[in-house]
Design a protein around this ligand. Structure first.
Ligand code: BGC
Length: 762
């Protein structure tokens, strides 16, 4: 392909406009005579969904075989940036082999509610964790010369009415939670493309949102790649282009291109804007074409093995009473639940992958544990939530001679998908009934949970162990065998909180909404909410058990005080005190309990996964910077660190803090306050000279028949306790100072107001 500028010069207005839409469902527009080939952009994110025949965006029609890795919700529980990078590399290789230039993913939307139908495709409730995992995914894919499309930008947190709903979010929550989940990934991994979400944010659709696209993405974050729409998410394309939006996907007919031509002709759209868009698109196409490795292949077996390791390292052991796990091969096992046969390994919608290999749990048992004595029963119906007594009888018969029960629970296919949200947070009733019945059998029950998001567990005490498997990809069955028999020591931890019940969740009162979704909980999402509200939860953010045990010691900070422009190095020793090799996810939280603004109790600002042999100690090092201590200050429209003492907390989960140390941080950003007649009195009195002047006048106001001096003396006179009716000091402190002129009966003059403002502003 020729140089971009050279091609651009030769294009007619019509040709340029035609590049601003897809050429078809999955391709960019090709212009043969002008040396512009097409490149393929297809789903994504945790496997390749390349359709050969009829195309659709909902995962209905068949696609080529590809490795189905654990979805984002699962793999995020590994907290393993190297692992997700490796998965990214493998995805990139599969894209190369299938001649795909851009893989549509990853998705970095925040899990605002456990009910969002698409949570299985998203990483976390925490933006720091989410953005870093997305970054590694992108780096991995792009290391292979294949682009990504970080999606769905932004604030796409419900599927209900996703094409029209307006997410109303205040700026601080937008920056600290919803955009922060994209920010690191965008700035540090530079995805080739970014996909705008369907919804509106604060009244404007994402594809034409001035604040999101122009102000933040381009101007502040310096993003130079291509902004594409989610399939069907572009609305007023001309307005979008003015905000630097680039490609309308998929191809939706000539009328959209004609609109662009007309807009340029009638002066509504500056042709320079169109040229910039076309430049970005041509650069993308050129990059795609030039990084394509002709004749690429990939090793299916190696990718399956990677999918297996990823599934095992992402599984979270939620509870393990009396060390019922790991199992021994000598134990007789009853496997209950239809999921053992119809293994649930992915969610529904556009991310639906056609796996290269898929074994159910029973087959995996046969292959990997041929000597284990095994019985199986379906336990409950999967398609209809009705209690079928035949299924129940069969299950109870099946467990009779078993030593332990492996119970496969989960959300049936179709319960979690893009396009709609879950209606409730519980498992189907027939599964809960099965739990009760099995509990009565007295056999230890190991529950395997196949869900893409948390479920309520009123039955938790009736089972002995629980593994949250999530949607763990095509090798999930083999991974289960390895972890329940202890060949791989579980090392996943939850990337989201498991609330006790739906009503406890931060937005339960207004989720989902059909028109305006007002994000009333602000920055208090996930553990930020539960901790602040002191709500009990089922499992905390960052929780996950292991078959070994860990000691945390020797927390060191490289300084006790610092300016916010300096970095802080934090070191801590982790020792494996058990008898098995294992991996521990060490979490660093920062807490600032004295603040002018409302803040979460603590926030995740670092994490590392370490691997240790029994008895081994490793030192883990974290680097913190300004952002680790900052909140988004809407008065200065920037990240701001308050002066103060910050607590550095090192934990095995958000609730299991093992060590802490303090550091004093000083701000280097002076905030110049400008006082006006609208400034409230309590801010004015912070200035000593103004306070003095005011004190005199206040004294006078308190008792107007006294001189100011007499009045002041009377106010302070404890002995004689002069009654002036109300606590004037207290009532006036929240009043704008300008109001004093109006309300003081002439004692507080305009001249005095100006004098005071002069003093405080000087
Ligand atoms: C989804 C996107 C997906 C696109 C193309 C849309 O419905 O929201 O995530 O990449 O379809 O399949």
């Amino acid at each position: 392909m020729k140089a971009v500028e050279e091609i651009l010069k030769t294009l007619t207005l019509e040709e340029k406009a035609s590049l601003c839409s897809g050429g078809s469902v999955w391709f960019t527009k090709e212009i043969k005579g002008k040396d512009i080939p097409e490149v393929m952009m297809t789903d994504g994110p945790h496997g390749l969904r390349k359709q050969l025949g009829t195309s659709d965006i909902l995962g209905i029609n068949a696609s080529v075989e590809a490795t189905c890795f654990p979805s984002a919700a699962a793999v995020c529980n590994s907290w393993d940036e190297e692992l997700i990078y490796e998965i990214g590399q493998a995805l990139g290789k599969e894209c190369q082999a299938e001649e795909v230039s851009v893989l549509l993913g990853p998705g970095a939307n925040i899990k605002r509610s456990p009910l969002c139908g698409r949570n299985f495709e998203y990483f976390s409730e925490d933006p720091f964790l989410s953005s870093n995992m997305a970054k590694s995914h992108i780096n991995g894919v792009q290391s292979q010369g294949v682009g990504t499309s970080l999606k769905h930008f932004a604030v796409n947190n419900q599927e209900t009415r996703r094409l029209t709903v307006d997410a109303v979010v205040e700026e601080r929550a937008l920056r600290e939670i919803y955009l922060a989940s994209f920010e690191t990934a965008i700035k540090e991994a530079k995805p080739w493309t970014i996909m705008t979400a369907y919804n509106q944010v604060n009244g404007e659709h994402c594809s034409e949102n001035h604040h999101l696209l122009k102000e933040i993405l381009r101007d502040e974050w310096g993003y130079e790649g291509v902004v594409i729409s989610d399939w069907g998410a572009a609305n007023n394309q001309i307005e979008g282009m003015k905000e630097t939006f680039d490609i309308r996907m998929p191809y939706g007919g000539e009328k959209f291109n004609e609109q662009i031509v007309q807009a340029v002709k009638n002066g509504e759209l500056d042709e320079k804007i169109l040229d910039d868009t076309v430049r970005r698109i041509l650069k993308l196409v050129k990059k795609g074409i030039e990084s394509h490795k002709e004749g690429s292949t990939y090793d299916q077996k190696a990718h399956h093995a990677l999918a297996l390791r990823a599934a095992a390292e992402s599984a979270v052991l939620l509870k393990n009473d009396e060390e019922v796990l790991p199992l021994s091969e000598k134990e007789k096992i009853a496997v209950i639940g239809g999921f053992a046969k119809n293994i649930r390994f992915q969610g529904g919608g556009s991310s639906h992958i056609n796996p290269t290999c898929l074994k159910n749990l029973l087959t995996a048992y046969e292959e990997l544990k041929p000597d284990v004595q095994l019985t199986f029963a379906r336990g409950f119906r999967l398609k209809k939530d009705i209690i079928d007594e035949d299924f129940v009888t069969e299950a109870l018969e099946c467990v009779k001679d078993a030593d332990k029960v492996v119970l496969c629970l989960g959300l049936p296919y179709g319960w979690e998908s893009e396009g709609y949200d879950r209606e409730k947070m519980s498992l189907p009733d027939n599964q809960i009934d099965m739990i009760h019945r099995l509990a009565k059998s007295g056999k230890p029950v190991i529950a395997l949970l196949f869900t893409g998001a948390p479920v309520e567990m009123p039955w938790i005490d009736e089972v002995d162990a629980i593994f949250a498997m999530y949607t763990a990809g095509q090798a999930v069955s083999e991974a289960i065998i390895k972890i329940i028999y202890g060949e791989i020591n579980p090392c996943g931890k939850l990337a989201e909180t498991y609330p006790v019940q739906m009503e406890d969740t931060p937005c339960s009162l207004n989720y989902p909404q059909k028109e305006k979704a007002v994000y009333e909980e602000g920055i208090f999402v996930g553990y930020r909410y539960y901790e602040k509200k002191k709500r009990d939860v089922l499992f905390t953010f960052g929780h996950g058990l292991s078959y070994t045990s860990w000691k945390y010691s020797n927390l060191k900070l490289d300084k006790e005080s610092m300016e916010d422009t300096e970095d802080l190095t934090v070191m801590v020793d982790i020792t494996n005190t058990g008898e098995r090799c294992g991996k521990e996810i060490v979490q660093l939280y920062v807490s600032d309990n004295e603040s002018e603004v409302s803040k979460p109790i603590k926030e995740l600002k670092g994490f590392k996964k370490v691997s240790c042999l029994p008895g081994e100690t490793k030192t883990v090092t974290f680097k913190l910077n300004k952002r680790s201590f900052a909140y988004y200050n809407t008065k200065i429209n920037d990240w701001y660190v308050e002066d103060g003492i910050y607590e550095i907390l090192i934990g095995a989960s958000s609730a299991d803090i093992r060590l802490s140390k303090q550091v004093a941080v000083k701000s280097t950003t002076p905030i110049k306050k400008v006082f006006t007649e609208k400034s409230v009195m309590c801010e004015i009195v912070e200035h000593p000279a103004a306070a003095k002047l005011l004190e005199q006048v206040m004294g006078g106001l308190a008792a107007s028949d006294m001189t100011p001096e007499e009045a002041k003396a009377a106010l302070n006179d404890e002995e004689n306790n002069v009654d002036i009716g109300i606590d004037l000091q207290a009532t006036s402190m929240d009043m704008p100072i300008g109001k004093m002129v109006e309300m003081s009966g002439g004692m507080f003059t305009d001249e005095l107001l100006q004098e005071i403002l002069k003093i405080v502003n000087s």
